[in-house]
Design a protein. Sequence first.
Length: 347
Amino acid sequence: MNDAPFADTATAEAEALHRSLLTLDSHIDIPWPEGPDPFEDGKRRVDLPKMRRGGVAAGFFAAYVPQAHRTPENERAAFERAIAMLGAIRAMGRTANGITARIAITVDEIEAARRDGALAIVPAVENGFATGTDLSRLAEFRALGARYLTLTHNGHNALADSSNPRKDLNDPGTEHGGLSPLGREAVGELNRLGMLVDVSHVSKAAMLQAAGLSRVPVVATHSCIRALCDHPRNLDDEQLDALRDTGGVVQITAVSAFLKPQARPDAVTVADFVDHIDYAVRRIGIAHVGISSDFDGGGFFSGWKDASESPNLTAELLRRGYGREQIAALWGGNFLRVLRLAEIAAA
């Protein structure tokens, strides 16, 4: 990583600590179909210069497909879009403008990239709609490096019920009662392939069923705490307990509406974000909590507007009494633990 200065609000102690950690952001979106060069410092909330300035060592970049009516034509289009987006994510693995980015698929590769001073780019897929009803497509995603699948987005799909049914798609409140039979098969296939099961966006029933069914702990790659903000995308105490009991992780995310009820991004602060971390740590233990942004997918707030301001979170965690090992666990250690368990299960 380079020696560019961090955000002004972070103390020198926080800057030094942050720079010493293997930090990862578990959920980042990419512009589609076209966007600025990720090696240019542009308008994106995450580009490679901002990652380097903000001391973010690894980013999980999601091939996101929006939910649509479940027709064979739409499902095929969603699959083709996911494949094309994974190709675009993989194309970030190069050197340009003095920055080296490396596609890093395994935990060992992520750690090696960090040691070598390269930014680690990890692909993922958001919304099981991209598989349609053909689970063989999961192996194609995995072959392109995808390390997790978010089972749904907004709207039910063939795998599971969403936490946000879509009236415009004629969704009932619940369709499958959680996971569909195909969704249950998908969990097993993801375990076999070494891909994590991401339960962000799914209904409570689907989340609890996935947690109980998966041989590998499940993750919520970008969610917040329902006790602090009553939003259907957030996890309640029963869901948090299920994550803990199965060894999973909730990655607190930067979407303002998930952090404070009906709040605009400029009305949400780093302190509000860390309140959600504090709650989860008290409820289920620090081993089951992490950090994500959902940058370029709706996440940002005052003090964490883009990846370059990431040290501000470390500064707030220090102010609240978290130590180095705890902050390292929150900033990536916990997520990498579960990712490695997926690799072991697949092997």
